[in-house]
Design a protein around this ligand. Sequence first.
Ligand SMILES: C[S@@+](CC[C@H](N)C(=O)[O-])C[C@H]1O[C@@H](n2cnc3c(N)ncnc32)[C@H](O)[C@@H]1O
Length: 242
Amino acid sequence: MAGQGINQFIDLGAGLPTVPNTHATAQAASPAAAVADVDNDPVAISHLTALLARHASRVTVISGDLHHRDTILGDDRLRTVINLSQSVCVIMGMILHFNPADAAARLVKRYMSAVAPGSYLIATIASGKGALAGKFYQTYNATGFATMYNHTSAEFASFFGDLEIVRPGLGDARRIRPGWSELVSVPKRPGRDARRHRTRALKAHLNRDRQQCCGKPESPRRSERCRVPGAVQGPSDHSARR
Ligand SMILES: C[S@@+](CC[C@H](N)C(=O)[O-])C[C@H]1O[C@@H](n2cnc3c(N)ncnc32)[C@H](O)[C@@H]1O
């Protein structure tokens, strides 16, 4: 999209930075691209903010709940880099599945009715079929941490109302780019003791970092949320245009 004349991106639920991150991808295609990252997780915000040192002029980070559209779109930091009278690309990556279908559709409509004509939306969700997926959703939702909905393709399609669907259309994200395989091979899982050892090492590592950062150890669970959807087969990808 950055290579097709869209120079402004609002990444809702941006998550922990990955490589390449949204701004790196957008600016590789269009060096003038501006990005506003929005998240409500302090750990994600802290990591995203650390990236600003190198991208301060065209990237901004906003801590907020994406359900508060007017607060997000009215935020001075967003307005500094994003001109809402020009078309933008709104990104809702792996976030709509935290809403029931009707609420997800309302969220899409609220954002897309507030941006300029010619704007785009990129949306992905995780979804899965079969016993393993069922077990995953049951286990995840039993934590009480957040509710994740296993939307069908038809429900996902209903999120976009009267937006014009553009290429690559609605489908399995793994099939969108040539060369992406159906399933990546997963290395054999280590034995139980090795797994326990690795989990303890990870927790110790996280707690050490947090003690250095803010003086108190915390549960790593919140930031682990980002990894969870990857455990489910079949993310769907969708682009739509206002
Ligand atoms: C599964 S991660 C997705 C990260 C990234 N968008 C991606 O596609 O890989 C979901 C992110 O959305 C954030 N999030 C969840 N609910 C949110 C809300 N109501 N407002 C803002 N961010 C939210 C979480 O903190 C997390 O960083």
